[in-house]
Design a protein around this ligand. Sequence first.
Ligand SMILES: [Zn+2]
Length: 156
Amino acid sequence: MDWRSHALIGAVFALAAGFLLGTDGILQLIFIGIFGALCALIPDLDHDASKGRQWLDLAAVGFSAIMVTRSGCGEWFCVPGLDGLRAMAIAFLALVGVYFLFFRFFKPKHRGITHTLVACLVFGVLIYIFDGLTLGLIGMTAYFSHLFADQHIRLI
Ligand SMILES: [Zn+2]
């Protein structure tokens, strides 16, 4: 399945979850749709270099930007002694850096660890830590939509 289908299915799953969790307002729904599309691309980060992978790199950068701007400063991710904007910039670079280093040195085999329910849960918990329960559940649902669409649902 190509990245477009995954993004679309992820957006639909995320919107459904957002609706069930009582989200309303057109801006909220647009955000959730985009967020869901990005989350649904994450499991295929283990693909080899390809057109899709280039989009995924962009998706990872966009995803980091969303997480950092929404988490703000003064929480666990804040760098001591720095004001909000600089702390956010450093958090953003750290997230993007971790992403690229991880796939430079530890790229998992395709449909390996990223295509498991455990990864899905970890992903949801990470978003929960950044942003709270609602977005955590929506992100987890979108991530799960990818495993569902791949028909590749394993625990670990
Ligand atoms: Zn996949």
